[in-house]
Design a protein around this ligand. Structure first.
Ligand SMILES: Cc1cc2nc3c(=O)[nH]c(=O)nc-3n(C[C@H](O)[C@H](O)[C@H](O)COP(=O)(O)OP(=O)(O)OC[C@H]3O[C@@H](n4cnc5c(N)ncnc54)[C@H](O)[C@@H]3O)c2cc1C
Length: 387
C-alpha cells in the first residue's frame, strides 16, 4: 500500500473509476482508488437499470448527458471496452396536464441544446413499444439516442485503463478516517495504513455522507432503497408481448419503468414512502403494488413470472442534483456523489469535470447547480425527472 499519493479516491463504483480514468489520461497516475469490497462496481453501480438519457429538466444535467453519451458512443474505441450500448430510445408517458406543461417547456430546453426529442401521442407510443397500453396517456416524449448500457463494462473499462496508465486500485481496503490539517485534507486512514495526500475524492455513492463526516464536512446525501424486478414469460406463453427492442419506457406519473432484458423484462418503480436506509433486502410485499400499476401499462406482466429481484440504493440530494466539485470550508476535498438515481449515465462527464478541477483546468461549464455550497445558500432549481 502506498504511503503517499497525489490523489486518493474513495469508492470504486462508476464515479471513482471515471475520476481515476480521467486523471490518469491527464498524466496524474500517482493516485490510489480505495474500494472496501473485493470487487469494483458492486454498490449502486452494480444494481442499476443501465438507463442513459438526454431527457432531463435541468440544463446542467442535459449538458452532462450530451457529453457522457458522446463518450458512451465511442467507448470501445476510446476506453477499450465494449459496453453493450443500445440506443433504442427513452419513451416518457405523460398522463397529467401539469406534466404535459412541464415537459413542453423541457423539450424546448432540450432542443435548444441540440437534443433531438420528439413529441408524440399515445398511439405513436404504442407503435414504438408493442405490448404497451397508452390508455389515459395525454402525450409522450421520445429521444432515439437515449438507451441502455452495461454499468459493469463502463466501470471496468475506466478502471482497467486507469490501471494500465499507472493508477493504483486497492480493493478489500476500507477507508476509516480522513485527516485534516489547517482547513485542508492531509491524509486518508484505511484498514491497511495511512496515505498522505492533498486531494481526496468522495466517490462513495450512498455512503458519501459517512465519508464526509470523517472529514468533518456535511455532505447531504441520503441512501434510498429502490427495487428492480426481472420478469420471464409465463409457462403457457410462447412469447411475452413486450417490445423486441431495448426501448426504455417510463410512466412518469407512477415512475413505473421497464425495458427488455434478455428474453424477459426488467422493471421497477419508486416507493414514495421509503425513508433513508442502508438495508438492501428485497421487500417482496412491495411487488404487488408495482404489479397493480404495471399491468395497466404492460398487460403481459399479468401472466409473467418474476424470476428474480434485487434492491440497491439511490444516493439522493434534496434537489435531485448531484454534488460535483470542491467542498465548502475544506480544501482538497472533492465531491462526486448525490446523483439521485441517474448517476451511472453521468459518470463519464462528472469524472472528467472532477479531474479538470483537481488538475486546475477550466471544466468548461457552470457548476453552480452542482455546488456543495448551494445547500447552505438554498433555493437552487434542481432536477424534476427523478424516476
Ligand atoms: C435500482 C437502481 C436503479 C438505477 N438505475 C439507474 C439508471 O437506469 N441509470 C442511471 O444513470 N443510474 C441509475 N441508478 C443510479 C446509479 O446506479 C448511481 O447513481 C451510480 O451507480 C452511483 O455510482 P457511485 O460510483 O457514486 O456509487 P457506488 O456504485 O455505490 O460506488 C461507491 C463505492 O464506494 C464504496 N465505499 C463506500 N464506503 C467506503 C469506504 N469507507 N471505504 C472504501 N470504499 C467505500 C462502496 O463499496 C461502493 O463500491 C440506479 C440506482 C439503483 C439503486
Amino acid at each position: 500500500m502506498k504511503s503517499t499519493a497525489d490523489v486518493v479516491i474513495v469508492g470504486g463504483g462508476c464515479m471513482g473509476a471515471s475520476v481515476a480514468y480521467h486523471l490518469a489520461r491527464r498524466g496524474v497516475t500517482d493516485l490510489v482508488l480505495v474500494e472496501r469490497e473485493k470487487l469494483l462496481g458492486t454498490g449502486s453501480t452494480g444494481r442499476n437499470a443501465g438507463g442513459v438519457r438526454h431527457q432531463f429538466s435541468n440544463e446542467a444535467n442535459i449538458r452532462l448527458s450530451i457529453e457522457s453519451i458522446k463518450l458512451f458512443e465511442r467507448f470501445a474505441d476510446e476506453v477499450g471496452q465494449s459496453i453493450d450500448f443500445h440506443q433504442d430510445g427513452y419513451l416518457f408517458l405523460l398522463s397529467a396536464e401539469s406534466s404535459v406543461e412541464t415537459f413542453r417547456a423541457n423539450v424546448a430546453l432540450q432542443r435548444s441544446l441540440g437534443v433531438d426529442v420528439q413529441w408524440l401521442g399515445g398511439s405513436d407510443a404504442e407503435k414504438l413499444a408493442p405490448g404497451l397500453s397508452a390508455e389515459g396517456v395525454l402525450a409522450a416524449t421520445f429521444c432515439q439516442r437515449d438507451g441502455i448500457a452495461d454499468p459493469n463494462g463502463v466501470t471496468m473499462g475506466f478502471a482497467k485503463t486507469a490501471q494500465s496508465l499507472g493508477a493504483t486500485i486497492e480493493r478489500d481496503v476500507e477507508v476509516t478516517g480522513i485527516v485534516t490539517t489547517a482547513g485542508r485534507v492531509s491524509a486518508v486512514e484505511t484498514t491497511r495504513g495511512t496515505i498522505g495526500t492533498r486531494a481526496v475524492v468522495n466517490a462513495a455513492g450512498p455512503y458519501a455522507r459517512v465519508i464526509g463526516k470523517m472529514a468533518g464536512a456535511d455532505v447531504p446525501v441520503d441512501p434510498i432503497r429502490r427495487h428492480i424486478f426481472i420478469a420471464a414469460k409465463g409457462a403457457d406463453q410462447d412469447t411475452m408481448r413486450v417490445p423486441s427492442s431495448h426501448i426504455m419506457v417510463i410512466d412518469f406519473e407512477t415512475t413505473f419503468y421497464f425495458h427488455r432484458e434478455g428474453a424477459g423484462l426488467l422493471f421497477g418503480m419508486g416507493e414514495r414512502h421509503e425513508t433513508p436506509t442502508f438495508d438492501t433486502t428485497v421487500q417482496w410485499d412491495f411487488l404487488p403494488q408495482v404489479i397493480d400499476v404495471a399491468v395497466r401499462r404492460l398487460p403481459a406482466l399479468a401472466d409473467a413470472s418474476i424470476s428474480h429481484a434485487w434492491a440497491g440504493l439511490y444516493e439522493v440530494t434534496a434537489d435531485g442534483n448531484p454534488i460535483i466539485g470542491a467542498t465548502d470550508g475544506l480544501d482538497g476535498f472533492y465531491q462526486i456523489n448525490g446523483f439521485s438515481g441517474h448517476g451511472f449515465q453521468h459518470s463519464p462527464a462528472a469524472g472528467r469535470i472532477v479531474a479538470d478541477l483537481i488538475t486546475g483546468r477550466d471544466p468548461g461549464m457552470d457548476l453552480s447547480p452542482f455546488a456543495h455550497a448551494r445547500f447552505a445558500r438554498g433555493g437552487v432549481a434542481g432536477e424534476r425527472y427523478v424516476v
